[in-house]
Design a protein around this ligand. Structure first.
Ligand code: A3P
Length: 293
């Protein structure tokens, strides 16, 4: 039937010990990525899947284009150039030739990735491009990813939450372990061209969050412009537009958009297990202090 999924082995491939969706990427693409050339004015947005990357992307696109004051014509050209590349732009998606085509994108390029630093091109850390890392508390991230896994045709389904939880804890999911991802990024956090922001702080005060982002990238916007963007990128507004922006994936991508929905699924034992793992992996780091839940 239409809902039947291919076997997990066919849906995911392993590269350097980490799983990725075969429909979206390939070992050859990840290999080719190593020679991707970063521009000094690239805007790099990094975050594990389901940390709110589509939301952050939208905010940053709005902030960047408002700052740049593109004409309508320029805006159209930019959107078309990107659409030609792919529907969900992620640095690790596409065929190996995608990086050659990305060279034609006009500056400033806004580039998203779910990858951990060791898989990113060295030029990204050597150059002047700025990297914004998005964090989200691991419990909500796990719940969000669970629903995503079970609803996306390109990912295998899990029969039960418990089974999924074990896979999340051991990192046997696409893009690997969230804990490894956090531990790895934690080593780059002092990098002068890096900043982190959390899903929770963006929820609590989107305008303040956007001001921090704009200051980091050197974009200057008025108070009115920030509040216009906050309205335009609210969960409700983005969900309403999602059919148009993300087609049939709209309802899957814009699910609940709240902090704390982990309580619906976590058992007390799972809650403790995750607290312990979190403490072991990143307890006491600056990064951990950002992730309040
Ligand atoms: P939930 O599944 O908890 O609702 P990503 O974009 O990285 O895949 O992350 C998806 C998560 O971000 C989903 O979380 C989604 O609902 C949430 N999200 C998307 N747009 C949002 C917005 N404008 N405001 C708040 N949360 C948003």
């Amino acid at each position: 039937s239409e809902n039947e999924k291919t076997s997990p082995e066919d849906l995911l491939f392993s590269y350097d010990g980490i799983l990725y969706p075969a429909a979206l990427s390939s070992p050859e693409t990840l290999e080719a990525l190593k020679s991707f050339e970063t521009r000094s004015n690239d805007v790099i947005l990094a975050g594990y899947p389901k940390t709110g990357t589509n939301w952050l992307e939208e905010m940053v696109r709005e902030i960047e284009s408002t700052d740049a004051k593109y004409t309508e014509e320029e805006m159209k050209e930019r959107i078309n150039a990107e659409k030609e590349l792919q529907m969900f732009p992620r640095l690790e998606f596409g065929d190996p030739g995608v990086f050659e085509r990305m060279k034609k994108l006009p500056s400033r390029r806004i580039i998203l990735t779910h990858l951990s630093p060791h898989l990113l091109p060295p030029s990204l850390f050597q150059g002047k491009a700025k990297i914004l890392l998005l964090l989200r508390n691991p419990k909500d991230t796990a719940v969000s990813y669970y629903h995503f896994y079970n609803n996306m045709p390109v990912l295998p389904s899990f029969a039960t939450w418990d089974e999924y939880f074990a896979a999340f804890m051991s990192g046997k999911l696409a893009w690997g372990s969230y804990f490894d991802h956090l531990m790895e990024w934690n080593r780059y956090i002092d990098h002068e061209r890096m900043m982190m922001i959390s899903y929770e702080e963006l929820k609590e005060n989107p305008v303040l969050g956007m001001k921090k982002i704009a200051a980091f990238f050197g974009f200057s916007l008025s108070e009115e412009e920030f509040s216009r963007i906050a309205k335009k990128t609210s969960f409700q507004a983005m969900k309403e537009k999602s059919k148009e922006t993300h087609g049939k994936f709209g309802d899957i991508l814009f699910r609940k958009g709240v902090v704390g929905s982990w309580r619906d699924l976590f058992s007390e034992a799972q809650n403790e297990e995750m607290d312990q793992k979190f403490e072991e992996c990143i307890g006491g780091t600056i990064l951990a202090m950002k992730i309040k839940y």
